[in-house]
Design a protein around this ligand. Sequence first.
Ligand SMILES: O=C(CO)[C@H](O)[C@H](O)COP(=O)(O)O
Length: 228
Amino acid sequence: MSSADDQKRASGEAAAQLVENGMVVGLGTGSTAAWFVKALAARKLTNIKGVPTSDATAALARELGIPLVALDDVKTIDLTVDGADEIGPGLSLIKGGGAALLREKLVWEASTRCVAIADAAKRVPALGKFPLPIEVVRFGHVHTGHRLADIAAEFDLPPPRLRTAERGVVVTDGGNLIYDMASGRIDEPAALATALKSVTGVVDHGLFLDLADEALVGTDDGVVRLVP
Ligand SMILES: O=C(CO)[C@H](O)[C@H](O)COP(=O)(O)O
């Protein structure tokens, strides 16, 4: 049986084969995306440019010699490859476990083709086992948290919790905070996405709906390609 890390690596390596010379490539964030970045660098393609979705990915890409450009320096991105916390029906995704969801979504939305890469455990029959990350501005975030709790109650979900780590409150690359909404099961992701975006203090959330064009999932039997 292959380990989760073997599967992540295999999916990242398969995705690196999709990149062609001259492409502008969105570089995702997380351990699976890091395998993709490493495999991409190893191909030594000339004339590619990477658009990183986080400071961590930018640092890795720089170290490996992948030339980088800012999102605003390109018109479109040819291909974005990124990890996912959950892959649900129709390639609906939860992302943001690595707190990079805002830059990730901006890069995905600017891309012609988006490929999610993951290990097999990320596939779920319904989204929600993984807590849904919600990025909020710092100012008044406690009040925003109350609004989020109201929305959660409407969807029969428990109140979201401010994300903390060993060093205290987690702050995103953009200087925002993350609330995680643990649910068990999100029955109406589109309705929840709309409700969350209606809250003034919410910058964005980790529901990536209708964004993935395909997924490459590492399994015990090799990499499986999924389409919506
Ligand atoms: O959305 C993300 C970061 O914000 C990651 O892509 C997601 O958390 C998956 O991470 P990993 O590949 O390490 O399992």
